[in-house]
Ligand binder design. Structure first.
Ligand code: SF4
Length: 413
């Protein structure tokens, strides 16, 4: 079931980040969207959500205000939007979240979000020298100073946390120290967007998923060690989720684990689509004719791409199904599996990184627990080399041809 909705309240941004999937990774269809979501669209969406809630017995929803840059959406629209949701679905619980680049996030904005019970997440890429290389204004100027200011004033105003894209040019120690210096209570990491035909800058195409080439795992393992050894460590969702998965908990998201992705995107014009980072595959891949002005919310479940997305940890490549860490990795994020030749029928571009990182965390956890506890939890040591070797021999044997066809349907070959 879809219970989390990302509302694209603004389809433009005041920054021009070089790696942005919205504007710089292949899809220009945002130019055909209205710049802002109208109150009429919010109202229509809330009415459809109310019907969807009643029909499916759902009483809790997450609403993520997103963009573009959601702070470009006028303040009075936030007040109106929250009022519409809470009045239209007056027996439901809402977790309101905003994910912003932090530019222009001042005391007035924080006061508004506090009043409306909207949790604030800020995107930041680490120390000034690195942040300013990627997260730039349209004139090329870096945004670090503005974002740092927004974080500092947000520390005692309920700022929820910071989200960073992993950048191998920053050392893990530098990144960690930056966030410690800023007293950030919680941060999460994202692996860079990209796929086999549009690899992130830091991956060498000729080496991808070859034995021993694990730049992201090596970086993340170093960060994990720093974090683990810090008695005053901030909350790090990325590592915590992996630890929980290793311990057998049924957690996860669109990146890892086996849970279904109950997230849908509502565009500024009311279109209902899959997560917008999937747009980086090719122009128009996420577009469908489903719009909340003309359709019920359940219509999104009929979208073939949404079907692959929501079940992305079940619809995986043959190697993944045989992989000893499949229940933890889940085959990775759908975008990271894409290639023009095979659509989504690939392991993720971070496959070897995941094998190495998960092996490290699993073995580290085992080392810290008494033997009988490991036995009880059925935890056994795993080896990167052994898993890679095991997977090398698996090419075919996909048990469900129907799933393979769904994954291959997005091939451009
Ligand atoms: S580690 Fe690689 S083979 Fe294993 S589940 Fe993840 S993507 Fe698939």
């Amino acid at each position: 079931m879809v219970t989390s909705f990302v509302l694209k309240v603004a389809s433009r941004c005041n920054l021009n980040c070089s790696y942005c999937y919205m504007y710089n990774l292949g899809d220009k269809t945002y130019l055909k969207q209205p710049k802002f979501m109208s109150i009429h669209t919010i109202k229509t969406f809330a009415e459809k959500l109310s019907r969807y809630s009643t029909e499916n017995g759902l009483k809790a929803f997450q609403i993520v205000f997103h963009g573009g840059e959601p702070l470009l959406f006028p303040k009075e629209f936030y007040k109106e939007s929250v009022r519409i949701f809470t009045e239209t679905l007056n027996d439901s619980y809402f977790d309101f979240v905003i994910q912003t680049n932090g530019v222009g996030l001042d005391e007035d904005w924080y006061a508004l979000f506090d009043e409306l019970n909207i949790r604030v997440g800020i995107s930041m890429d680490g120390p000034k020298e690195y942040h300013d290389k990627y997260r730039v204004f349209h004139n090329g100027k870096g945004s670090y100073d503005e974002v740092r200011h927004a974080i500092q004033i947000g520390l005692d105003k309920g700022m929820h946390g910071v989200l960073s894209v992993v950048n191998l040019n920053i050392t893990p120690r530098e990144l960690y120290q930056e966030f410690k210096n800023l007293n950030i209570p919680s941060f999460n990491l994202l692996l860079p967007d990209g796929h086999f035909d549009k690899l992130p800058d830091d991956i060498l195409p000729e080496k991808i998923n070859t034995h021993g080439y694990t730049p992201f795992a090596d970086w993340l393992i170093e960060l994990f060690q720093i974090w683990k050894n810090d008695p005053d460590r901030p909350n790090m969702r990325f590592f915590k989720t992996l630890i929980q998965l290793v311990a057998g908990e049924e957690v996860g998201d669109q990146m890892v684990g086996l849970k279904k992705n109950g997230v849908a995107v509502v565009e500024t014009n009311g279109n209902l689509e899959v997560a917008d980072s999937i747009r980086a595959c090719y122009e128009g891949i996420t577009r469908n004719n489903i719009n909340i002005h003309t359709h019920e919310i359940a219509a999104i479940l009929e979208d073939p791409l949404f079907d692959v997305y929501i079940n992305s940890h079940q619809m995986v490549n043959a190697k993944c199904l045989h992989c000893p860490i499949y229940e933890i990795c889940g085959g990775g994020f759908l975008l990271n599996r894409y290639s023009n030749e095979k659509g989504f029928d690939n392991p993720t571009i971070y496959c070897h990184d995941m094998i190495k990182l998960v092996s490290y965390i699993q073995n580290d956890l085992i080392d810290s627990l008494p033997e009988e506890v490991c036995e009880e939890m059925q935890l056994t040591r795993v080896s990167y080399d052994d898993i890679v070797q095991e997977l090398e021999n698996i090419n075919e044997g996909f048990p469900q041809q129907e799933i393979k066809e769904k994954l291959l349907a997005y091939s451009l070959a």
